[in-house]
Design a protein. Structure first.
Lengths: 580, 306
């Protein structure tokens, strides 16, 4: 069986059409494994067990560790020393490949000296300027990072390019690449045209690539794969009313281990009674854009799901639309759901719940609790019991958020249908981008605060497609931005969902900013006005800043040769700060 | 099932390979003809490979022979429209939306549609089953597929459907007299129907643009007036003041342009007072309490100020 399937690999890649043809329902392709050729990198390198330890020298997975806290135990950079941070190096990444449409662009770190080329496309699509919108892995002195169709290894000591992998794409929405996953000496990343690609981290040579979603069905893949034990967790995205799913792959062979659909796909599936029909559910979205968190004690992988589709016209999908806009907890070995908690029932504003959840070992009313918290794009903050998914506290953290008519008994905000897109216009806050978005939050056990961006803008939502069937995708509406109250950085008390401190940005500040907290009791983020800023994580006092441009990913830290580095990207430029 | 699938693979590999080769060849093909007489907004550019806006196969596909598309449209109108809708997005008889059908999206030239058209299929959502069309010819299926794909090729970004027929929607649903009363109570301290807003509805003739302009207070680009610029006053520790148009502000610097036109930056600090004067501040405050009803009423009033 497996031998036969191996033979089919090439033909499957040539004939994406066939995948859909196997089934009369919208679902992911029958995926075949890649050839399990060379496995000499399956030992050594990054031990997956090391990711269970608190975040320190390395940054080996999307959020640093599995908790999603983005809290580093490093203390060299702290409240006293942060003012002495200085630039170690800065590099401009290059998409130059020496090939086709991308031959011309040179410059940058390595100038495309050592480009390894893969991919199923013709190489005719221009790459443009690469933008780093995800995590950079820092493992034993090497940085691994990605942009759509590109991956690089960089020497962490001087920013020198070690290799550059270029993927010839077939197309797809090139919105971003959230980074790579690593298992021993192997790297994993997703391409916009829906392949999981595995590289040898030592050389950049491709090991294999396997299709993870149907390109014809207009999936596109952005998530940073998350490696947990011998699972490579892979999410995909889609804007065309297709079902979302999370898949697990074998890190050696690329063979799929399980698939979990975020919407009901078959008669009798749980959640089907929250949709008007199976057809609506199967086209109901719930994409998996962003890595989740993992609790090794319960073996639960907890992640946020995307919005239901069609996005703005809920008329054809009346009901809560499970399991879209939810936190979902799956057993990582089986892919079976243990619990869910819907943070946005029946969303009609494109406010996915694809925000990084944060595991907190805390105390509620004096009792130790295993918790998970999330600040949702819809403007609400939630703390749940992460074993059961039961609500602990809900609070609104968007100052101007106005779309819900109340809070349900289970702590979920109750959407007011009057605030959906209407023909004469509906004045809604936040705007499509939400109060927060994919840029990751952070949590510090020193302060007990959950740090998030807080964006407060209004728009008028006009329904332009009043068809009773609903529109498709994100169509059917016109959005008019009409003003913004000040944005802020908020430190939320996870126990009360109320702000511990809140820093209001001056006019024009805020926006898309990820967070980093450290045991040096410093919080790093961008201010939206071109500065990377360090705050006192306890009280919000500003300690340091550098006008390097607006960060395009969340700040990170690692330690090498006894020195702690601070790492952040601004578009195609990577900045490394250090204390000498 | 697996054997059938394997057989299908061979045919599909051929079809996909041919399609890929066609797509990769030569000059960009012209846009496909519109799928009907309905007014169309311009389709996304159909330049095929090498065009980053044609991101997905449904839009990368080279256009079919217009005569074939027309024949397919005729077949569709007669046999399929009642169930699948004139716009292919599903119809009154319960047929599914074909534009987001995995079968249609995966099909090249009818090979996936053909067995379903010929044999019919049960409705997975419990609705009316698709009836069989046993006498359909291979050429009919090809024509139908060409038509359906030609419509799918006109889909717009982020899964939006083809533009379809233009629909005129009236956004003016409020009561002008109620709007006038609201205006008198909430807006008249800054604005006047006989002063700055005189003839506003003649300058901004589209009610949607007018509503956006008055709610935001920023009518620029919509026939309104250029808003008064944001200004700032910086008071230094020694009491000295600097004033001008605000160019940029963050927590560390404020940059202003005084009357002489030369921008100056001032470091912020505990002894430096910064006062920003935003003429739109009342509008930002208004947003927090403006109900949709009041908004629609005021718009209904303002559209009368021609």
């Amino acid at each position: 069986m497996s031998v036969k399937r191996l033979f089919l690999t090439t033909t499957l890649i040539l004939a994406p059409a066939m995948m859909a043809g196997q089934s009369q329902t919208p679902q992911a392709p029958k995926v075949t494994p890649g050839p399990a050729a060379n496995v000499d990198g399956a030992t050594g390198g990054l031990d997956p067990a090391s990711m269970l330890k608190p975040l320190a020298e390395n940054w080996p997975t999307y959020s640093g560790d599995y908790t999603g806290r983005r809290y580093s135990t490093l203390t060299q950079i702290n409240q006293q020393t942060v003012k002495n941070l200085t630039l170690a190096w800065r590099i401009q990444l290059s998409a130059a490949t020496g090939l086709g449409a991308n031959a011309g662009r040179t410059g940058g770190a390595g100038g495309g000296a050592n480009v390894i080329v893969g991919g199923e496309g013709t190489g005719e699509y221009p790459s443009g300027m690469p933008t780093i919108k995800g995590a950079v892995l820092a493992v034993d002195g090497v940085l691994y990072l990605s942009a759509p169709d590109h991956a690089w290894a960089i020497d962490a000591r001087d920013g020198r390019e070690l290799w550059h992998y270029y993927w010839k794409t077939r197309g797809g929405t090139h919105i971003g690449s959230r980074g790579m996953g690593m298992w021993h000496n192997y790297l994993y990343f997703e391409t916009p045209d829906n392949y999981l690609v595995s590289l040898d981290a030592r050389t950049g040579q491709e090991r294999w690539h396997v299709p993870i979603a149907d390109f014809d069905q207009q999936y596109f893949s952005t998530m940073a794969p998350v490696v947990i034990g011998n699972h490579v967790l892979v999410g995909t995205g889609n804007d065309l009313d297709m079902p979302g799913f999370l898949q697990s792959y074998d890190p050696i062979t690329g063979q799929r281990q399980w698939i979990f659909y975020t919407v009901p796909m078959n008669p009798g599936d749980p959640g089907l009674n929250t949709w008007p029909s199976l057809d609506a559910a199967r086209h109901g979205g719930g994409q998996v854009w962003i890595p989740g968190a993992y609790d090794p004690e319960t073996k639960l992988y907890i992640f946020g799901t995307g919005n239901p589709t069609p996005g703005y016209t809920g008329v054809g999908r009346r009901g809560d639309n499970l399991f879209t806009c939810a936190l979902v907890a799956l057993n990582v070995d089986t892919g079976k759901m243990a619990w869910y908690y819907q943070t946005s029932p029946h969303d009609t504003h494109d406010w996915d719940s694809a925000q990084t959840p944060v595991l907190i070992d805390g105390a509620i009313a004096g009792r130790p609790r295993k918790l998970v918290s999330t600040a949702s794009r819809n403007g609400y903050f939630f703390t749940l019991d992460r074993v059961t998914g039961e609500t602990v506290v809900t609070g609104k953290f968007g100052a101007t958020t106005n779309w819900a008519k109340g809070i349900r008994a289970n702590g979920a905000p109750d959407p007011d249908p009057a605030n959906e897109a209407t023909i004469p216009g509906s004045l809604v806050s936040p705007v499509e981008g939400g109060v927060t978005n994919w840029p990751p939050p952070a949590y510090s056990p020193d302060s007990g605060f959950f740090y998030t961006q807080e964006n407060n803008s209004y728009n008028i939502l006009y329904l332009t497609d009043p068809d009773p069937r609903g529109s498709m995708g994100l169509g059917g509406k016109t959005v008019a931005p009409v003003g913004a109250a000040p944005n802020a950085l908020q430190a939320i008390d996870y126990k009360t969902a109320k702000p511990g401190w809140r820093h209001e940005w001056p006019r024009g500040g805020g926006g898309s900013n990820g967070m980093l907290a450290t045991a040096g009791r410093v919080l790093f983020t961008g201010d939206g006005s071109g500065n990377l800023v360090a705050f006192d994580a306890m009280d919000g006092k500003m300690l340091w800043h550098s006008r390097i441009g607006n960060p395009s990913n969340g700040p990170q830290t690692f330690q090498l040769d006894g020195k702690q580095y601070l790492l952040v990207a601004t578009g195609d430029v990577l900045w490394s700060f250090v204390l000498y | 099932m697996r054997a059938r699938t394997t057989l299908a693979v061979t045919a599909l590999v051929l079809a996909a390979t041919i399609a890929a080769k066609l797509a990769a060849q030569g000059a960009p093909p012209p846009p496909p003809p519109p799928p009907g007489g309905a007014p169309q907004t311009p389709a996304p550019p159909q330049t095929g490979r090498g065009n980053p806006t044609a991101t997905f196969p449904a839009q990368q596909r080279p256009p079919a022979d217009p005569a074939l598309v027309t024949r397919g449209k005729n077949i569709f109108e007669i046999n399929c429209r009642a169930c699948h809708g004139g716009d292919l997005r599903g119809g009154d008889m319960g047929g599914p939306n074909l534009l987001r059908s995995p079968i249609v999206l995966g099909d090249q030239e009818g090979e996936l549609m053909e067995p379903i058209i010929r044999n019919g299929r049960p409705n997975s959502s419990g609705g009316t089953p698709m009836p069989p069309f046993p006498s359909v010819t291979a050429d009919d299926v090809k024509a139908l597929a060409a038509y359906i794909h030609s419509v799918a090729a006109t889909m717009r970004g982020q899964g939006s459907p083809p533009a379809g027929e233009a629909v005129t929607l009236n956004i003016v649903v409020g009561t002008a007299t109620a709007g006038q009363a609201y205006f008198a109570a909430n807006c008249a301290s800054c604005h006047s129907a006989t002063g700055d807003l005189k003839g506003i509805a003649a300058r901004i003739t589209d009610p949607m643009q007018l509503q956006n302009a008055w709610v935001s207070g920023n009518g620029r680009g919509a026939g309104g007036r250029t808003p008064t610029p944001v200004t700032v006053t910086v008071t230094m520790a020694n009491g000295q003041k600097a004033e001008g148009r605000l160019q940029r502000i963050d927590d560390f610097l404020v940059v202003l342009v005084p009357a002489d036109g030369r921008a100056r930056a001032y470091a912020r600090g505990p002894n430096v007072k910064v006062d920003v004067h935003d003429p739109l501040e009342p509008h930002i405050k208004l947003l927090a309490r403006l109900t949709d009803k009041d908004m629609h009423d005021v718009t209904a009033y303002l559209v009368t100020l021609k």
